[in-house]
Ligand binder design. Structure first.
Ligand code: GRG
Length: 295
């Protein structure tokens, strides 16, 4: 099967699982569930679940083994976007071209929907399952909590918010994004491996290094795409970091150097998985997609 078809298949699979994970129970307060579903099923690229599926297969695991971490990481990602959009944070009114959760519902519901998505992620991961031994599940819960929390994504967000309006060095910018965006991307790969039973060893370590490189590439590309979007808005305000006057890779390095950096990161990422030959082809193709994507 070609990679695009396979990615399409994984995307549809995770979409269905996400829908099922929330819509099976009757709710005392339907707006909460609606807000969660609204944010979850609102057309994301599903990059993190795709990384889980591919890493799990790369480590010899099956599709059903990858399901729980794929769903969990997308729920967690979705919570982070809902909270990132809140008035107290980035105060955005649009996400993926549609009203953000607090605009479509209200602020309190959006906060609670984010909280509930975050906790639902860990409920998914820790649910008793015939697919894993207990140490595998514990390893995944630990990896996700570490990547998402105060030593990972939340720390990156706090650092970002506390430096609004201040200049950052390239090193600080890199550290911030490694936490804010990169930690979850690497975690997707790590959980994919753990779901397959790979709890240590060179394959896991290589996936980790690969994840760190493509996480950085993801952010550099995101900044470049923001510039294209901003210049397309004919001077209208945009929600991008660039438009908010936050430091970005292009603002610190310039456009051409960013493009060169992207190519270098992709090359380094390829080198990390090169010892595994064709077994790594799909992961490399996804890395390529991250670097070449147009949205
Ligand atoms: C609120 C604790 C807390 C954290 C928020 C991830 C994050 C931290 C904020 C998002 C801000 C942002 C736009 C960062 C740029 C990179 C990024 C994570 C983009 C969104 O991820 P995609 O492109 O989103 O995978 P889709 O829409 O495809 O799911």
């Amino acid at each position: 099967m070609k990679l695009e078809q396979q990615l399409q298949q994984y995307s549809e699979r995770v979409q269905q699982l996400l829908q099922q994970s929330l819509s099976t129970q009757d709710s005392l307060y339907p707006a909460l569930q609606e807000a969660m579903l609204y944010s979850l099923l609102n057309g994301g690229k599903r990059i993190r679940p795709l990384l889980v599926y591919l890493a799990c297969r790369f480590c010899g695991g099956s599709l059903p083994q990858a399901d729980a971490p794929a769903v969990a990481i997308e729920m967690l990602h979705s919570y982070s976007l809902v909270h990132d959009d809140l008035p107290a944070m980035d105060n955005d009114e649009l996400r993926r071209g549609k009203p953000t959760c607090h605009i479509a519902f209200d602020e309190a519901t959006a906060i609670l929907a984010g909280d509930a998505l975050l906790t639902a992620a860990f409920e998914q991961l820790s649910r008793p399952s015939e697919h894993y031994a207990a140490p595998q599940q514990l390893a995944m819960v630990h990896a996700l909590s570490r990547a998402a929390g105060e030593r990972g994504m939340v720390l990156g967000q706090a650092f970002d918010l506390s430096h609004v309006g201040q200049a950052l060095s390239l090193e600080e910018l890199q550290q911030m994004h490694a936490l804010k965006t990169g930690a979850l991307i690497t975690c997707a790969l790590v959980m994919g491996a753990q779901a397959a039973g790979q709890l240590q060893g060179e394959r896991l370590a290589a996936l980790q290094r690969f994840g760190d490189l493509i996480g950085l590439a993801f952010q550099v590309k995101d900044d470049l795409l923001d510039i294209e979007a901003d210049t397309g808005t004919l001077g209208k305000p945009s929600g991008s970091d660039q438009a908010r006057n936050k430091p970005t890779y292009p603002s610190l390095l310039g456009l051409e150097a960013c493009k060169t950096l992207l190519d270098q990161l992709l090359q380094q990422a390829r080198a990390e998985l090169q010892p595994f030959g064709t077994e790594a082809d799909d992961l490399l193709a996804l890395a390529e997609y991250i670097v070449r994507r147009q949205y």
